[in-house]
Design a protein around this ligand. Structure first.
Ligand code: ZN
Ligand code: ZN
Ligand code: ZN
Length: 114
């Protein structure tokens, strides 16, 4: 992968050393956190399933379903079916998956497996 992104603020770096040595205004630890998913045309929030065309956009909007109040990028790739990592239930979209409640998840909501 040629670019490294912070999953808290969406900032792009050309090296991991650069990313980890700069401070991040949006992270709770004040450090950028490496986004470990693939570079893709669409990015989804793993808490609410909302779609954005860039990580910068995703991270700058607030999320009503996330515990931090910010969207958290889903680090898996786009697929035809998404599985809940707690109960294994399948959904055809992240929006559907995140809007249903899950009895096995600590947050009470399904959370997508990568
Ligand atoms: Zn950052
Ligand atoms: Zn969200
Ligand atoms: Zn579930």
């Amino acid at each position: 992968m040629a670019n490294f992104y912070c999953k808290c603020c969406g900032k792009k770096y050309s090296s991991l050393t650069q990313l980890t040595s700069c401070s991040c205004s949006m992270s709770s630890t004040r450090k950028h956190v490496l986004y470990e998913g693939p570079e893709q045309t669409n990015y989804y929030c793993e808490c609410c399933g909302k779609k954005y065309s860039s990580l910068t956009q995703l991270t700058s909007c607030s999320c009503s379903k996330s515990s931090t109040g910010k969207h958290i990028p889903y680090e898996g790739s786009e697929k035809s079916q998404y599985l809940c990592k707690y109960c294994g239930k399948k959904y055809s979209s992240l929006t559907q998956l995140t809007s249903s409640s899950c009895s096995k998840s600590p947050a009470g909501r399904h959370s997508p497996a990568k």
